[in-house]
Design a protein around this ligand. Sequence first.
Ligand SMILES: Cc1ncc(COP(=O)(O)O)c(C=O)c1O
Length: 376
Amino acid sequence: MIYFDNSATTQPDPEVLRTFTAASQAFFANPSSLHGLGIEADRLLGRAAQQVAELAGMPDGTVVFTSGGTEANNQALFGFARANAGHGRRILISSVEHPSVLNTAEQLEAEGFEVLTVGTDGNGRLDLSDLERKLSQKTIVVSIMHVNNETGAIQPLEEAGRLIRRKAPRAVFHSDTVQSYGKLAIPGGPDGPDAISVSAHKFHGLKGSGALILKRNAQIRPYLFGGGQQGGLRSGTVPVAHAAALAKAMRLAEEARGELQFGEWRDELIRFFGGWDKVRVLGGPESAPHILSVAIRGIRGEVAVNALQEKEIYVSTSSACSSRSRSESHVLRAMRIDEDFRHGVIRLSFGRQNSREEILRFKEVFAEFMDTIERV
Ligand SMILES: Cc1ncc(COP(=O)(O)O)c(C=O)c1O
């Protein structure tokens, strides 16, 4: 089989599984326990946190281990908004954020915060002048994703960061890097984000594990309350083995990043899709190398997904989390994709286990599929 749905989730790397099993067996104790086993587990947890912070480019930062990207984004928005409410009420997000940011912002709006949405252009790239217009001294949180999960559009984080620092110096700049971590370098330095969210299962780690990593000076409040674990930031017994496995997955992803050939495959496929008037590539060569979404005129995306599946090729419609709901994608709407293309979107997303041979096989099968639909 050929699995091109790595933006939905990836197959875990066997090395990550080994780390998880070994840590679960040898360091099963509760890291909050006072006895020697607890202290050893806590030491491993501390090492994992340090590695995660370093691999995220924030060696002095704080790591909050979470259950994944959704929780990291919830923690970021609730935590930064509530901690900084004394300076203002305005929160800015882009119109193409993942639902875990969009719906959290909606909750904050219901709590009395002012949420403004920053638009994008036809390629799904952030409109920087709209951002500039909406930033103010009263802005306390700005959340802009790095790579869009539906189209692969890369957001100009450094340019956004420069505007944020100038026009809203007190704002915390958060970025959902769930789709970019391990594929692109995360912008660091003074214009880079103050906090990023990562999710292990998007880079060959385990589902149910992720982190919010924040710079030391970013003010945050917890949003899960209980026994006060993780410095009071996220209560609940800390899953030490998950933390160790996340650090391993991040290290493997970073080590492999330079070797990935996704960009060549993406460019080859863009040329290939250019052979049909009915097929439109969303995003294009300036998008992330591992995500390629195309819209096919006059069909529903599910038809292509099913036809490819018959040949054991697995892709998704625009995004796995929304593909089972019949509602239209907010990202495609924000990009103003024509009605007759909008329903026929399929997304290919590559992972470390894919190969060039699989791209060639995909081309063969897709060409057969296009022949069939052109005949009817
Ligand atoms: C951009 C983005 N953010 C957040 C998430 C949520 O991550 P998780 O599945 O770990 O909750 C996803 C998952 O699809 C995503 O693509």
